[in-house]
Design a protein around this ligand. Sequence first.
Ligand SMILES: [Zn+2]
Length: 455
Amino acid sequence: MYRANIARLAVDEGADEEQRGASEVTRTVTVRSEQLPRRTFKVFVELEGMYRNMVEQLVLYAVDNNITKFTRLKAERYREVRSLYPQLPSHYAYTACQDAAERSHSFLKLRRTGRTRKPHPEVRGVSIWLDDHLWRAEGLTSVSLATHRGRVRVSIEINRHILRYVNRGWRLSSEAKVKLDHRERRLIFYLTFRKEVSVYRPKDYITVDVNENAEAVLIDGIVYLFETGLSRVTLGYYYRRKSVQEKYDRVYGPGSRPARRIFRRLGSNEKALKRDIRWKLAALIVREAAKRQAAIVLERLGREPANHMIERIRNPQLRHRIFQAAFKGVQRAIEEKAREYGVPVIYVNPKNTSRKCPIHGAKIVYGKDRHGTCSKGGETWHRDVVACYNLLLRALGGNGGHAPSRVRALTPIDGGPVPLGPTAAHEPTPIARGAWARWKSLGATNKHKQMRTNT
Ligand SMILES: [Zn+2]
Protein backbone atom coordinates (compact mmCIF):
# COMPACT_ATOMS: atom_id res chain seq x y z
CA MET A 1 0.00 0.00 0.00
CA TYR A 2 1.15 3.49 -0.70
CA ARG A 3 1.85 5.52 2.40
CA ALA A 4 1.82 9.21 1.62
CA ASN A 5 3.18 10.31 4.97
CA ILE A 6 6.22 8.12 4.77
CA ALA A 7 6.69 9.03 1.17
CA ARG A 8 6.82 12.64 2.20
CA LEU A 9 9.59 12.05 4.66
CA ALA A 10 11.52 10.40 1.91
CA VAL A 11 10.79 13.13 -0.58
CA ASP A 12 12.14 15.71 1.83
CA GLU A 13 15.44 13.89 1.63
CA GLY A 14 15.15 14.20 -2.11
CA ALA A 15 14.81 17.95 -1.72
CA ASP A 16 18.13 18.07 0.11
CA GLU A 17 19.76 16.25 -2.73
CA GLU A 18 18.33 18.75 -5.14
CA GLN A 19 20.09 21.57 -3.36
CA ARG A 20 23.32 19.67 -3.72
CA GLY A 21 22.92 19.62 -7.49
CA ALA A 22 21.60 16.17 -8.26
CA SER A 23 17.85 15.99 -8.26
CA GLU A 24 16.78 12.65 -6.96
CA VAL A 25 13.26 11.63 -6.13
CA THR A 26 12.51 8.96 -3.57
CA ARG A 27 9.31 7.08 -2.86
CA THR A 28 8.50 4.58 -0.17
CA VAL A 29 6.46 1.50 -0.95
CA THR A 30 5.20 -0.98 1.60
CA VAL A 31 5.14 -4.69 1.01
CA ARG A 32 4.12 -7.55 3.29
CA SER A 33 5.83 -10.83 3.83
CA GLU A 34 3.83 -14.00 3.68
CA GLN A 35 2.57 -15.29 7.02
CA LEU A 36 5.58 -16.64 8.91
CA PRO A 37 5.81 -19.87 10.90
CA ARG A 38 5.72 -19.22 14.65
CA ARG A 39 9.35 -20.18 15.12
CA THR A 40 10.57 -17.82 12.44
CA PHE A 41 8.38 -14.99 13.65
CA LYS A 42 9.74 -15.43 17.17
CA VAL A 43 13.22 -14.58 15.89
CA PHE A 44 11.90 -11.25 14.69
CA VAL A 45 10.02 -10.61 17.92
CA GLU A 46 13.31 -11.05 19.80
CA LEU A 47 15.08 -8.82 17.31
CA GLU A 48 12.42 -6.15 17.67
CA GLY A 49 12.75 -6.25 21.46
CA MET A 50 16.50 -5.77 21.36
CA TYR A 51 16.27 -3.03 18.77
CA ARG A 52 13.58 -1.21 20.74
CA ASN A 53 15.67 -1.38 23.87
CA MET A 54 18.67 0.09 22.08
CA VAL A 55 16.59 2.89 20.60
CA GLU A 56 14.98 3.68 23.96
CA GLN A 57 18.34 4.00 25.68
CA LEU A 58 19.80 6.03 22.86
CA VAL A 59 16.83 8.41 22.74
CA LEU A 60 17.07 9.03 26.50
CA TYR A 61 20.74 9.85 26.20
CA ALA A 62 20.30 11.96 23.07
CA VAL A 63 17.48 14.05 24.52
CA ASP A 64 19.29 14.56 27.86
CA ASN A 65 22.41 15.69 26.05
CA ASN A 66 20.65 17.70 23.38
CA ILE A 67 21.97 15.53 20.58
CA THR A 68 20.20 15.61 17.23
CA LYS A 69 23.00 14.48 14.95
CA PHE A 70 23.53 10.83 14.15
CA THR A 71 27.32 11.22 13.91
CA ARG A 72 27.63 12.62 17.42
CA LEU A 73 25.27 10.07 18.94
CA LYS A 74 27.15 7.26 17.27
CA ALA A 75 30.52 8.63 18.37
CA GLU A 76 29.36 8.79 21.98
CA ARG A 77 27.13 5.73 22.35
CA TYR A 78 27.79 3.16 19.65
CA ARG A 79 30.16 1.03 21.72
CA GLU A 80 27.79 1.07 24.64
CA VAL A 81 24.72 -0.18 22.76
CA ARG A 82 26.80 -2.52 20.64
CA SER A 83 27.96 -4.35 23.77
CA LEU A 84 24.37 -4.78 25.00
CA TYR A 85 23.65 -7.48 22.45
CA PRO A 86 26.88 -8.98 21.12
CA GLN A 87 24.93 -11.72 19.32
CA LEU A 88 23.15 -9.11 17.15
CA PRO A 89 24.71 -8.05 13.83
CA SER A 90 26.61 -4.85 14.62
CA HIS A 91 24.80 -2.76 12.05
CA TYR A 92 21.62 -2.78 14.15
CA ALA A 93 23.47 -0.68 16.71
CA TYR A 94 24.38 1.63 13.89
CA THR A 95 20.86 2.01 12.48
CA ALA A 96 19.46 2.31 16.02
CA CYS A 97 21.68 5.40 16.39
CA GLN A 98 20.19 6.84 13.19
CA ASP A 99 16.67 6.07 14.33
CA ALA A 100 17.25 7.55 17.81
CA ALA A 101 18.92 10.68 16.45
CA GLU A 102 15.91 11.36 14.28
CA ARG A 103 13.47 10.77 17.14
CA SER A 104 15.52 13.06 19.39
CA HIS A 105 15.65 15.70 16.69
CA SER A 106 11.89 15.83 16.22
CA PHE A 107 11.18 15.61 19.96
CA LEU A 108 13.54 18.47 20.83
CA LYS A 109 11.91 20.53 18.12
CA LEU A 110 8.46 19.84 19.59
CA ARG A 111 9.69 20.85 23.03
CA ARG A 112 11.40 23.96 21.76
CA THR A 113 8.21 25.12 20.08
CA GLY A 114 6.18 24.34 23.21
CA ARG A 115 4.17 21.52 21.68
CA THR A 116 5.16 19.03 24.36
CA ARG A 117 6.02 19.25 28.03
CA LYS A 118 7.15 15.67 28.47
CA PRO A 119 10.73 15.13 29.61
CA HIS A 120 11.29 12.31 27.11
CA PRO A 121 9.63 10.97 24.00
CA GLU A 122 7.84 7.65 24.15
CA VAL A 123 9.19 4.99 21.86
CA ARG A 124 5.88 3.49 20.85
CA GLY A 125 5.78 2.09 17.35
CA VAL A 126 9.09 0.61 16.30
CA SER A 127 10.15 0.10 12.73
CA ILE A 128 13.56 -1.48 12.55
CA TRP A 129 15.89 0.51 10.34
CA LEU A 130 17.90 -1.57 7.94
CA ASP A 131 20.97 -0.89 5.84
CA ASP A 132 22.71 -2.79 3.07
CA HIS A 133 24.39 -5.15 5.55
CA LEU A 134 21.17 -6.09 7.25
CA TRP A 135 18.92 -6.94 4.37
CA ARG A 136 18.93 -7.70 0.68
CA ALA A 137 16.26 -8.35 -1.88
CA GLU A 138 16.53 -11.70 -3.57
CA GLY A 139 14.80 -11.11 -6.86
CA LEU A 140 11.37 -9.67 -6.41
CA THR A 141 9.97 -12.49 -4.36
CA SER A 142 11.99 -12.71 -1.17
CA VAL A 143 14.08 -10.74 1.27
CA SER A 144 16.91 -11.99 3.37
CA LEU A 145 17.55 -10.41 6.78
CA ALA A 146 20.53 -10.62 9.09
CA THR A 147 19.45 -11.56 12.61
CA HIS A 148 21.01 -12.81 15.86
CA ARG A 149 20.18 -16.31 14.57
CA GLY A 150 21.87 -15.89 11.24
CA ARG A 151 20.32 -14.93 7.95
CA VAL A 152 16.58 -15.50 7.63
CA ARG A 153 14.86 -15.47 4.31
CA VAL A 154 11.21 -14.51 4.02
CA SER A 155 8.96 -14.52 0.97
CA ILE A 156 7.18 -11.31 0.14
CA GLU A 157 3.83 -10.67 -1.50
CA ILE A 158 4.59 -8.79 -4.65
CA ASN A 159 2.11 -5.99 -5.35
CA ARG A 160 1.36 -3.66 -8.22
CA HIS A 161 2.97 -0.68 -6.47
CA ILE A 162 6.33 -2.39 -6.47
CA LEU A 163 5.97 -3.56 -10.05
CA ARG A 164 5.11 -0.06 -11.08
CA TYR A 165 8.34 1.33 -9.68
CA VAL A 166 10.48 -1.51 -10.96
CA ASN A 167 9.05 -1.24 -14.45
CA ARG A 168 9.58 2.50 -14.62
CA GLY A 169 13.27 2.45 -13.96
CA TRP A 170 13.35 3.29 -10.26
CA ARG A 171 16.26 1.89 -8.28
CA LEU A 172 15.64 0.03 -5.06
CA SER A 173 17.61 1.80 -2.36
CA SER A 174 19.64 0.03 0.32
CA GLU A 175 17.90 1.74 3.23
CA ALA A 176 14.67 0.10 4.30
CA LYS A 177 12.55 -0.37 7.40
CA VAL A 178 10.72 -3.37 8.69
CA LYS A 179 7.84 -3.53 11.12
CA LEU A 180 6.21 -6.52 12.75
CA ASP A 181 2.56 -7.28 12.32
CA HIS A 182 2.09 -9.35 15.47
CA ARG A 183 -1.51 -10.18 14.82
CA GLU A 184 -0.90 -11.66 11.40
CA ARG A 185 2.66 -12.88 11.98
CA ARG A 186 3.95 -10.98 8.99
CA LEU A 187 6.75 -8.53 8.38
CA ILE A 188 5.91 -5.22 6.74
CA PHE A 189 8.75 -3.78 4.71
CA TYR A 190 9.04 -0.13 3.81
CA LEU A 191 11.18 -0.07 0.72
CA THR A 192 12.63 3.06 -0.80
CA PHE A 193 12.89 3.59 -4.53
CA ARG A 194 15.02 6.30 -6.09
CA LYS A 195 15.14 7.94 -9.46
CA GLU A 196 17.22 10.72 -10.96
CA VAL A 197 14.99 13.38 -12.44
CA SER A 198 16.02 16.57 -14.14
CA VAL A 199 13.57 19.43 -14.21
CA TYR A 200 13.01 20.74 -17.71
CA ARG A 201 12.78 24.32 -18.87
CA PRO A 202 9.09 25.12 -19.41
CA LYS A 203 7.75 25.74 -22.91
CA ASP A 204 4.24 26.37 -21.69
CA TYR A 205 2.21 26.94 -18.53
CA ILE A 206 -0.64 25.06 -16.92
CA THR A 207 -2.32 27.07 -14.20
CA VAL A 208 -4.24 25.51 -11.35
CA ASP A 209 -6.71 27.41 -9.23
CA VAL A 210 -7.77 25.34 -6.27
CA ASN A 211 -11.04 25.94 -4.56
CA GLU A 212 -12.81 24.06 -1.82
CA ASN A 213 -14.71 21.66 -4.07
CA ALA A 214 -12.97 21.81 -7.43
CA GLU A 215 -9.73 22.52 -9.19
CA ALA A 216 -9.82 24.80 -12.22
CA VAL A 217 -7.02 23.96 -14.64
CA LEU A 218 -6.07 26.01 -17.68
CA ILE A 219 -4.62 23.75 -20.38
CA ASP A 220 -4.22 24.78 -24.03
CA GLY A 221 -6.65 27.65 -23.65
CA ILE A 222 -9.42 25.63 -22.05
CA VAL A 223 -10.33 25.86 -18.39
CA TYR A 224 -11.34 22.46 -17.05
CA LEU A 225 -13.16 22.39 -13.78
CA PHE A 226 -12.35 19.11 -12.06
CA GLU A 227 -14.79 18.50 -9.28
CA THR A 228 -13.14 17.16 -6.10
CA GLY A 229 -15.81 17.74 -3.48
CA LEU A 230 -13.07 17.86 -0.84
CA SER A 231 -14.80 20.27 1.50
CA ARG A 232 -18.04 18.35 1.11
CA VAL A 233 -16.16 15.21 2.15
CA THR A 234 -14.75 16.98 5.21
CA LEU A 235 -18.12 18.42 6.18
CA GLY A 236 -19.92 15.14 5.56
CA TYR A 237 -17.62 13.23 7.88
CA TYR A 238 -17.76 16.03 10.43
CA TYR A 239 -21.53 15.79 10.68
CA ARG A 240 -21.47 12.01 10.78
CA ARG A 241 -19.00 12.10 13.66
CA LYS A 242 -21.14 14.63 15.43
CA SER A 243 -24.28 12.53 15.19
CA VAL A 244 -22.40 9.40 16.28
CA GLN A 245 -21.07 11.30 19.26
CA GLU A 246 -24.49 12.57 20.30
CA LYS A 247 -26.03 9.14 19.99
CA TYR A 248 -23.27 7.25 21.83
CA ASP A 249 -22.82 9.86 24.53
CA ARG A 250 -26.49 9.44 25.37
CA VAL A 251 -26.19 5.65 25.62
CA TYR A 252 -22.67 5.03 26.93
CA GLY A 253 -21.59 8.39 28.33
CA PRO A 254 -18.92 10.65 26.83
CA GLY A 255 -15.72 9.23 25.35
CA SER A 256 -16.92 5.60 25.32
CA ARG A 257 -14.94 2.83 23.69
CA PRO A 258 -17.49 1.90 20.98
CA ALA A 259 -17.72 5.55 19.95
CA ARG A 260 -13.95 5.82 19.75
CA ARG A 261 -13.83 2.74 17.56
CA ILE A 262 -16.32 4.23 15.12
CA PHE A 263 -14.42 7.54 15.09
CA ARG A 264 -11.25 5.72 14.21
CA ARG A 265 -12.90 3.96 11.32
CA LEU A 266 -14.57 7.10 10.02
CA GLY A 267 -11.28 8.96 10.34
CA SER A 268 -9.32 6.47 8.31
CA ASN A 269 -12.03 6.22 5.64
CA GLU A 270 -12.09 9.98 5.32
CA LYS A 271 -8.32 10.17 5.01
CA ALA A 272 -8.13 7.44 2.42
CA LEU A 273 -10.87 8.95 0.28
CA LYS A 274 -9.30 12.41 0.32
CA ARG A 275 -5.87 11.03 -0.44
CA ASP A 276 -7.22 9.07 -3.36
CA ILE A 277 -8.97 12.14 -4.82
CA ARG A 278 -5.88 14.33 -4.46
CA TRP A 279 -3.39 11.86 -5.88
CA LYS A 280 -5.47 10.90 -8.88
CA LEU A 281 -6.07 14.48 -9.89
CA ALA A 282 -2.47 15.51 -9.24
CA ALA A 283 -1.29 12.65 -11.43
CA LEU A 284 -3.64 13.67 -14.24
CA ILE A 285 -2.51 17.30 -14.18
CA VAL A 286 1.18 16.51 -13.88
CA ARG A 287 1.09 14.03 -16.75
CA GLU A 288 -0.52 16.66 -18.98
CA ALA A 289 2.16 19.16 -17.95
CA ALA A 290 4.95 16.69 -18.70
CA LYS A 291 3.46 15.89 -22.08
CA ARG A 292 3.58 19.60 -23.01
CA GLN A 293 6.84 20.33 -21.18
CA ALA A 294 4.84 22.90 -19.26
CA ALA A 295 5.36 24.39 -15.83
CA ILE A 296 2.54 24.21 -13.31
CA VAL A 297 1.49 27.52 -11.82
CA LEU A 298 0.01 27.48 -8.31
CA GLU A 299 -1.12 30.10 -5.85
CA ARG A 300 1.28 30.72 -3.01
CA LEU A 301 -0.75 29.77 0.06
CA GLY A 302 -0.23 31.27 3.49
CA ARG A 303 0.13 29.17 6.61
CA GLU A 304 -3.21 30.16 8.06
CA PRO A 305 -6.54 29.20 6.54
CA ALA A 306 -7.35 32.81 5.70
CA ASN A 307 -8.65 31.86 2.30
CA HIS A 308 -11.73 33.84 1.44
CA MET A 309 -13.48 30.72 0.13
CA ILE A 310 -13.85 29.24 3.59
CA GLU A 311 -14.24 32.36 5.70
CA ARG A 312 -17.90 31.56 6.14
CA ILE A 313 -17.05 28.42 8.12
CA ARG A 314 -17.05 29.58 11.72
CA ASN A 315 -15.59 26.55 13.49
CA PRO A 316 -11.81 27.19 13.34
CA GLN A 317 -10.92 23.50 13.58
CA LEU A 318 -13.19 22.62 10.72
CA ARG A 319 -11.85 25.51 8.69
CA HIS A 320 -8.35 24.30 9.28
CA ARG A 321 -9.26 20.80 8.15
CA ILE A 322 -10.90 22.02 4.97
CA PHE A 323 -7.90 24.20 4.26
CA GLN A 324 -5.49 21.32 4.81
CA ALA A 325 -7.42 18.92 2.63
CA ALA A 326 -8.68 21.13 -0.14
CA PHE A 327 -5.86 23.64 -0.53
CA LYS A 328 -2.65 22.53 1.13
CA GLY A 329 -3.18 18.82 0.49
CA VAL A 330 -3.96 19.34 -3.18
CA GLN A 331 -0.89 21.50 -3.67
CA ARG A 332 1.32 19.04 -1.87
CA ALA A 333 0.11 16.19 -4.04
CA ILE A 334 0.81 18.22 -7.18
CA GLU A 335 4.27 19.20 -5.90
CA GLU A 336 5.21 15.62 -5.17
CA LYS A 337 3.94 14.26 -8.45
CA ALA A 338 5.64 17.13 -10.29
CA ARG A 339 8.96 16.27 -8.69
CA GLU A 340 8.60 12.72 -9.88
CA TYR A 341 8.10 13.82 -13.49
CA GLY A 342 10.60 16.69 -13.44
CA VAL A 343 7.81 19.23 -13.93
CA PRO A 344 8.71 22.73 -12.71
CA VAL A 345 6.25 24.35 -10.29
CA ILE A 346 5.92 28.12 -10.07
CA TYR A 347 4.18 30.00 -7.27
CA VAL A 348 2.51 33.32 -7.77
CA ASN A 349 0.88 35.84 -5.48
CA PRO A 350 -2.77 34.81 -5.03
CA LYS A 351 -4.03 38.28 -4.12
CA ASN A 352 -7.17 39.30 -6.02
CA THR A 353 -6.71 36.65 -8.69
CA SER A 354 -10.45 36.35 -9.22
CA ARG A 355 -11.39 40.01 -8.75
CA LYS A 356 -9.64 41.71 -11.65
CA CYS A 357 -10.48 41.29 -15.34
CA PRO A 358 -7.46 39.66 -17.03
CA ILE A 359 -8.03 41.76 -20.15
CA HIS A 360 -8.92 45.21 -18.83
CA GLY A 361 -7.47 45.06 -15.35
CA ALA A 362 -10.79 46.43 -14.10
CA LYS A 363 -12.88 45.09 -11.24
CA ILE A 364 -15.28 42.26 -11.95
CA VAL A 365 -18.64 42.55 -10.28
CA TYR A 366 -19.93 39.15 -9.24
CA GLY A 367 -23.52 38.09 -8.90
CA LYS A 368 -24.72 35.09 -6.96
CA ASP A 369 -23.43 32.16 -9.01
CA ARG A 370 -19.70 32.57 -9.62
CA HIS A 371 -20.46 34.63 -12.74
CA GLY A 372 -19.41 38.25 -12.96
CA THR A 373 -19.27 41.20 -15.33
CA CYS A 374 -16.21 43.25 -16.13
CA SER A 375 -16.83 46.82 -14.96
CA LYS A 376 -14.98 48.21 -17.98
CA GLY A 377 -15.60 45.91 -20.96
CA GLY A 378 -18.94 44.54 -19.79
CA GLU A 379 -18.04 40.96 -20.75
CA THR A 380 -19.11 38.03 -18.62
CA TRP A 381 -16.66 35.92 -16.67
CA HIS A 382 -16.71 32.77 -14.63
CA ARG A 383 -14.79 33.22 -11.41
CA ASP A 384 -12.52 30.18 -11.89
CA VAL A 385 -11.69 31.17 -15.46
CA VAL A 386 -10.66 34.62 -14.26
CA ALA A 387 -8.45 33.11 -11.59
CA CYS A 388 -6.72 30.75 -14.02
CA TYR A 389 -5.92 33.53 -16.51
CA ASN A 390 -4.69 35.86 -13.83
CA LEU A 391 -2.39 33.15 -12.53
CA LEU A 392 -1.08 32.74 -16.08
CA LEU A 393 -0.51 36.48 -16.45
CA ARG A 394 1.32 36.62 -13.16
CA ALA A 395 3.52 33.70 -14.12
CA LEU A 396 4.35 35.36 -17.44
CA GLY A 397 5.02 38.68 -15.77
CA GLY A 398 7.19 37.37 -13.02
CA ASN A 399 9.15 34.98 -15.12
CA GLY A 400 9.85 37.06 -18.23
CA GLY A 401 13.43 35.84 -18.47
CA HIS A 402 12.43 32.68 -20.26
CA ALA A 403 8.78 33.21 -21.06
CA PRO A 404 7.53 30.25 -23.06
CA SER A 405 7.01 31.08 -26.70
CA ARG A 406 3.99 28.84 -27.14
CA VAL A 407 1.86 30.81 -24.77
CA ARG A 408 -0.52 33.09 -26.50
CA ALA A 409 -1.63 35.14 -23.58
CA LEU A 410 -4.42 37.30 -24.88
CA THR A 411 -5.51 37.23 -28.50
CA PRO A 412 -8.01 39.72 -29.93
CA ILE A 413 -10.79 37.96 -31.84
CA ASP A 414 -13.69 39.60 -33.69
CA GLY A 415 -12.48 43.03 -32.70
CA GLY A 416 -12.94 42.44 -28.97
CA PRO A 417 -10.19 40.99 -26.83
CA VAL A 418 -10.98 37.47 -25.70
CA PRO A 419 -8.61 35.32 -23.70
CA LEU A 420 -6.85 32.68 -25.74
CA GLY A 421 -9.14 32.74 -28.74
CA PRO A 422 -12.38 30.79 -28.57
CA THR A 423 -15.30 32.50 -26.93
CA ALA A 424 -16.04 29.32 -25.04
CA ALA A 425 -13.06 30.06 -22.82
CA HIS A 426 -15.22 32.33 -20.69
CA GLU A 427 -16.97 29.28 -19.35
CA PRO A 428 -15.09 26.39 -17.73
CA THR A 429 -15.68 22.80 -18.77
CA PRO A 430 -16.92 21.06 -15.61
CA ILE A 431 -16.00 17.42 -15.14
CA ALA A 432 -17.51 15.35 -12.36
CA ARG A 433 -15.28 13.33 -10.06
CA GLY A 434 -16.83 10.08 -11.16
CA ALA A 435 -15.67 10.82 -14.70
CA TRP A 436 -12.11 12.14 -14.35
CA ALA A 437 -11.18 9.65 -11.65
CA ARG A 438 -11.12 6.94 -14.31
CA TRP A 439 -8.99 8.86 -16.80
CA LYS A 440 -5.33 8.44 -17.43
CA SER A 441 -5.04 11.57 -19.55
CA LEU A 442 -6.98 14.50 -20.95
CA GLY A 443 -7.36 12.70 -24.28
CA ALA A 444 -10.18 10.91 -22.59
CA THR A 445 -11.61 14.28 -21.60
CA ASN A 446 -11.82 15.46 -25.17
CA LYS A 447 -13.45 12.28 -26.35
CA HIS A 448 -15.93 12.66 -23.55
CA LYS A 449 -16.70 16.20 -24.65
CA GLN A 450 -17.19 15.16 -28.23
CA MET A 451 -19.53 12.45 -27.18
CA ARG A 452 -21.55 14.99 -25.31
CA THR A 453 -21.82 17.42 -28.20
CA ASN A 454 -22.69 14.67 -30.66
CA THR A 455 -25.64 13.40 -28.72
ZN1 LIG B 1 -12.77 43.15 -18.94
